[in-house]
Design a protein around this ligand. Structure first.
Ligand SMILES: N[C@@H](CCC(=O)N[C@@H](CSCO)C(=O)NCC(=O)O)C(=O)O
Ligand SMILES: [Zn+2]
Ligand SMILES: [Zn+2]
Length: 191
């Protein structure tokens, strides 16, 4: 059987609603769920194959997007949240009981500081931005995926209309590189 990329990609991607104004996320606990409110849609939503992003069970990829941190607030059971790896750039807050990551936050000086990473599939609402690309695709090999299956994985993304990259998309990589250059004192004309 073909590997599951992610349930939201395996059977065709549902388009989001450009006018969607946000909703709430909840963890997978049967009761006392952690609830997070998002006051806008997500942006730069993407499939991520890295080892750190939360994936639903059986999926090879996570789907993760960003939202301004001021648009995110924890509404219930915040005391169940704990940082998965405090040494990571993105501090991922997971539910201690079910393991789902409710949001990831960057505190250090970084081009994406101010944006929180979230999984819109934790919402019951429809309209969230659909995935725009697949990132960190080769990283699934680091987690044990047979490298011989990579052509099939990339072909699945292609047939779903998504480009595959082994880091983030070129515009996001350009943003990171611009930030790094500016930190080193480079001045760009007309930016
Ligand atoms: N091969 C590594 C890659 C991990 C990685 O760099 N992940 C990216 C993407 S996460 C969402 O797009 C990243 O920015 N990580 C920063 C962090 O996780 O703190 C692996 O698979 O582990
Ligand atoms: Zn939970
Ligand atoms: Zn990731």
């Amino acid at each position: 059987m073909a590997p599951s990329i992610h349930p939201f990609i395996d059977n065709g991607i549902a388009r989001g609603d450009p006018n969607f104004a946000g909703g709430s996320l909840h963890c997978h606990c049967p009761s006392n769920q952690v609830v997070v409110a998002l006051k806008s849609n997500v942006a730069h939503n993407h499939a991520c194959g890295c080892s750190k992003c939360w994936k639903p069970s059986g999926a090879l990829f996570s789907i993760v997007g960003v939202i301004p941190r001021e648009n995110l607030s924890v509404q219930a059971n915040e005391s169940k949240l704990a940082i998965v790896d405090s040494s990571a750039v993105i501090q991922r807050y997971a539910c201690r009981d079910c393991g789902v990551h409710l949001f990831g936050r960057i505190e250090k000086d970084h081009p994406f500081r101010g944006l929180d990473f979230v999984h819109a599939e934790l919402s019951d609402q429809k309209g969230w931005q659909e995935p725009q690309f697949a990132g960190f695709v080769s990283s699934i090999i680091e987690q044990g995926f047979n490298p011989k299956g990579m052509d099939e994985v990339r072909a699945k993304f292609k047939s779903a209309g998504l480009e595959s990259y082994d880091a983030l998309s070129p515009p996001l990589m350009d943003l990171i590189a611009t930030f790094t250059a500016q930190k080193a004192g480079v001045k760009f004309a007309n930016l």
